[in-house]
Every structure is written in C-alpha cells, then in structure tokens.
Write a new protein. Structure first.
Length: 155
C-alpha cells in the first residue's frame, strides 16, 4: 500500500528520513554539504512527497542492508542460535550418557552406544557453528563474494 503524496508527515517520518540520510552519508553516497541541505529540508518537510524526493536518488534498500547496526544485530542473533544449538546438544549428551551409565550399572552392558547419537548431533552443531566463524558471521546462508577466500572463488 502506498501513501498518497499529499499526506502530511510527522516527526517519526522526518526522523526516519534523517536516519536514511545519515546512512547515505556514512556509506559515501552523500557529501557533507548535500547531507546538511537535505537534512534541513527533511525537518522542514510537510508532506510525504517532500520526504520521498530527498531519498529518491539514493539506493535505500542497499543503505538498509549495509547498515552496520543491522548487520551487528543479525550477527548477534545468529550467534545466539548457535549457543542454543550447543546447549541442546550438551543436554542430549548428558541424557544419553546418564542412560548409558544406568544401563551399564544395572545390566552390565558396557558397549558405548552413546558415541553414535553424540557424533551425529555433533556433526550438526559443527556444521552450524563453522560458517559463523569462517564466513565472517554471515547469516541465513547469505555469502558475499568478499567473504569467500580467493582460492575458493570460481574463475
């Protein structure tokens, strides 16, 4: 749904536009003079069309995607999922070792069968944790060309 261009804007809209302009400045899309002029215009704007005109020539989606705060939040969320995965894995290890010990003490069967579930689940944990370490924390399988070592890139 698009907002009609004659709709009046509030302070939240102006601040959102100012934030985008700040991202454009920090990422090199605007110089300081252009940023200051657009910022003054943003806080003096009364309609959505005036605000849209300030960011019409900027790659807004790219600005948001490259936002360092957003990237840091995604990285923290991805690390948190690895920690939860590791906690679940360690819980499973404790449970199977407890069952193995109980069976060994009561039935005298000392075959170390827990190695199989521990190994199988451990492979999953390692497969989850390694990309976080070696691909620079990319999340959701998004790998950039810069994150791949040069020797691995196809020619």
């Amino acid at each position: 749904m698009t907002v009609p261009t004659t709709v009046r804007v509030g302070n939240d809209d102006r601040e959102r536009t100012a934030g985008l302009l700040g991202l454009a400045l920090t990422q090199g899309y605007l110089d300081m003079a252009d940023y200051e002029q657009r910022l003054q215009t943003a806080f003096a704007a009364h309609t959505a069309a005036e605000l849209h005109a300030l960011t019409a020539d900027l790659p807004v989606a790219l600005l948001r995607r490259n936002d360092p705060a957003r990237r840091a939040a995604l990285r923290r969320a991805a690390k948190r999922t690895v920690h939860w995965h590791m906690a679940a894995y360690l819980t499973m290890v404790v449970i199977v070792l407890t069952v193995w010990l109980a069976v060994g003490l009561t039935a005298g069967s000392w075959y170390f069968w827990p190695v199989w579930p521990i190994l199988g689940a451990g492979i999953g944990v390692v497969a989850h944790a390694l990309p976080m370490r070696y691909v620079g924390g990319s999340v959701c399988g998004r790998v950039t060309a810069e994150s791949i070592p040069p020797a691995w890139r196809s020619r």
